[in-house]
Design a protein around this ligand. Structure first.
Ligand code: NAP
Length: 401
């Protein structure tokens, strides 16, 4: 993807599907989401035991649907002991490959674990005659650019130089283009039956990346805290539980086409995020220090550094946290309050074993944060400052939404 923000990691809603959704799709909170539906679906999940997968299984079970999970049995195999599990590999060249899926029928597939077009093509072609809908989890990174605020699903898509490449690249630069090619593979195998979902940052309890989790955890730690850019900088995220519940609706209402899936309904801000972190943390001596993006960029934090999720809304990133989500909202996507996501995320993190809590997977290391704050204090008091703050740790894993 040509954007500098690599780290982040159709078919219109028809009149028929609007009718199927009913007026609640456009009104207040959808009370149906925990009431079992009459139309029970047989759902196959390719994946299911990482982050979005478990949230989806929980949401689908609450609605009375029957699930089958297909994966290698490596990631959290203890989850969902009462759900049918098929073992295999997305890569047909590995072991038994997709064999366990042969000769079976499902109403709908949730493809959560497709990253390479060859593998997505293989599962989409194998399942096409045996399913009525294929929901592919793509990414907002499938777009070529992030410079246009409120761009909708018709925005130009990312390209990858070699469509057969099967690595993400050093800086995750192949991720978005590959996701788009995977979308195309699904569309080609199941014309008119593909739901191509492009989530933004998926966050909340159980998030293995710590990218969003960093903020409530850092706030709760206390002391002077680096707050990047300005309190008005926009922020789009989606709580994994909101996404999961909506995916169930996408299936129940057979919504096909391309959907951006991030939130909340009106873009959040960094200021609102820190206010929610403050409320969740309770009594602390935390003092956020807002540090301008120009200073941060000069010191290696231009949105591609160690400050997670935040991106200065400038130039190429003007629309990064301002994607249009009108289509998904009209199709029933609902959001719990951001303050709830923050509170639940902090509670989840605090419940992890100490060893894991001591190994934050994203965010500024304390010494790096301290060094940046000291340098900013010097510069903002007119003392100038060296161009690069010391203590920048090795770049963390580049991962896009
Ligand atoms: N996190 C974000 O912010 C974000 C944003 C936008 C889009 N997304 C997309 O969201 C999707 C959901 O990711 P998730 O990890 O949460 O999904 P998940 O379904 O919860 O977990 C991934 C699953 O894939 C299985 N898997 C991995 N490699 C496999 C293989 N070669 N063959 C068979 N199964 C395999 C894993 O089990 P085994 O290891 O046991 O095989 C695991 O069950 C991804 O497509 C991601 O690109 C994420």
């Amino acid at each position: 993807m040509s954007t500098p923000r690599r780290k982040f990691l159709q078919y219109s809603l028809t009149a028929a599907s609007m009718l199927a959704l009913g007026p609640q799709a456009l009104a207040g909170p959808d009370k149906r989401s925990t009431t079992p539906t009459k139309r029970k679906l047989k759902i196959l999940v390719l994946g299911g035991t990482g982050f979005l997968g478990p949230a989806f299984v929980t949401a689908a079970q609450a609605r009375g649907h029957t699930l089958t999970l297909f994966n290698r049995g490596k990631t959290r195999p203890h989850l969902f002991p009462n759900v049918e599990k098929l073992q295999g590999d997305r890569d047909p060249k590995k072991g038994e490959g997709l064999k366990a899926l042969e000769g079976r029928r499902w109403d709908v597939v949730l493809d959560n674990s497709g990253y390479y077009p060859r593998m997505v093509k293989a599962s989409a072609e194998l399942l096409a005659p045996h399913v009525k809908q294929y929901v592919y989890i793509s990414s907002i990174s499938a777009y070529a650019n992030n410079d246009v605020p409120y761009e909708d699903e018709s925005g130009p898509t990312a390209k990858v130089a070699d469509p057969t490449v099967e690595t993400m690249g050093k800086n995750y630069e192949n991720f978005g283009g590959l996701k788009r090619l995977c979308e195309e593979a699904v569309e080609a195998a199941l014309p008119g039956l593909a739901s191509l979902i492009r989530p933004g940052y998926i966050v909340g309890p159980d998030d293995p990346t710590d990218r969003f989790t960093y903020w409530p955890v850092r706030y709760a730690r206390g002391g002077e805290m680096l707050a990047p850019g300005s309190p008005e900088d926009p922020l789009q995220i989606i709580d994994v539980r909101d996404l999961a519940e909506w995916l169930v609706k996408v299936m129940e209402n057979q919504l096909t086409g391309i959907y951006n899936a991030t939130g909340p309904e009106k873009p959040w801000t960094m200021g609102a995020l820190l206010a929610a972190c403050k409320a969740a943390a309770g009594k602390t001596d935390t003092k956020p220090v807002w540090v301008p993006s120009e200073f941060l960029a000069k010191n290696g934090e231009d949105g591609e550094g160690d400050i997670p999720i935040w991106a200065p809304p400038l130039d190429k990133n003007k629309g990064f946290h301002l994607r249009s989500i009108d289509k998904a909202v009209k199709a029933g996507l609902k959001f719990r309050p951001g303050a709830v996501t923050v509170k639940d995320t902090l509670a989840y993190f605090n419940g992890l074993p100490e060893e894991r809590r001591n190994k934050m997977r994203a965010g500024l290391a304390p010494e790096r944060e301290k060094a940046l704050l000291a340098l900013w204090a010097q510069e903002s008091q007119g003392g100038g400052g060296k161009p690069a703050a010391p203590g920048k740790p090795e770049a963390q894993e580049k991962k896009s939404p």
